[in-house]
Design a binder for this molecule. Structure first.
Ligand code: E4P
Length: 218
């Protein structure tokens, strides 16, 4: 399973790219708004840092397929690595079909059921993003959804759509996603940092330092 980082913060993106742990980036309207910067400029800056798929979402106010299609073309035109993120609606599916026929990659977002994932795949989505954390929030097992999608897609080899586990809230979500064989998990910076840490690693580093310095000095 590859990792994308789920943020629009360029400092977080740069740091994780330098560590070699991420292969792409996902953003959404809330994440872009949080940074308070120009949307297109931010996406371009991200594309200058990461050499991998970067999901930029159509405007949150766009509802009609024709609007999503023209915005999608604009987002795709920003950089060859751009992927157009489109909400899972009937109009969104029309936009996915058109954009994919033009060779523009799409990521269908806000997926909460296997049925939605299957429709998005059939419309031509390059990626589908099931939202685990938001399902867990309403007492529904998000990991079961990823397992279902993986099982269905595996049964139909002609489906090339990749599954991005999204709305990831903690390291165990990541581990559980990896066990399903999901292609990608898009993970917030905070969770990537949590994944790096283990108390025994900290204790081990401190013991090695003390033992070494006791004999050889600083
Ligand atoms: C996915 O692409 C979304 O940006 C994201 O994972 C949503 O996560 P949230 O439910 O924590 O907002």
């Amino acid at each position: 399973m590859k990792f994308f980082i789920d943020t629009a913060n360029v400092d977080e993106i740069r740091e994780c790219w330098e560590m070699g742990i991420i292969a792409g980036v996902t953003t959404n309207p809330s994440l872009i708004a949080k940074e308070g910067r120009d949307y297109r400029k931010t996406l371009k800056e991200i594309a200058g840092i990461v050499d991998g798929p970067i999901s930029g979402e159509v405007r949150a106010s766009s509802v009609k397929a024709e609007d999503m299609i023209s915005e999608g073309r604009e987002i795709a035109g920003l950089h060859e690595n751009m992927v157009v993120k489109i909400p899972m609606t009937a109009e969104g599916l029309k936009a996915v079909k058109q954009l994919s026929s033009e060779g523009i990659r799409t990521n269908v977002t806000l997926i909460f059921s296997a049925a939605q994932a299957l429709l998005a795949a059939r419309a031509g989505a390059s990626y589908v993003s099931p939202f685990l954390g938001r399902l867990d929030d309403i007492a529904t097992d998000g990991i079961l959804l990823v397992e279902d999608i993986m099982a269905i897609f595996e049964g139909y080899p002609e489906i090339r759509t990749e599954v991005i586990c999204a709305s990831v809230r903690h390291p165990m979500h990541v581990v559980e996603c990896a066990k399903t064989g999901a292609d990608i998990a898009t993970v917030p910076y905070k969770v990537l940092v949590q994944m790096m840490k283990h108390p025994l690693t900290e204790i081990g580093i401190e013991k090695f330092r003390k033992d070494y310095e006791a004999v050889f000095g600083k």
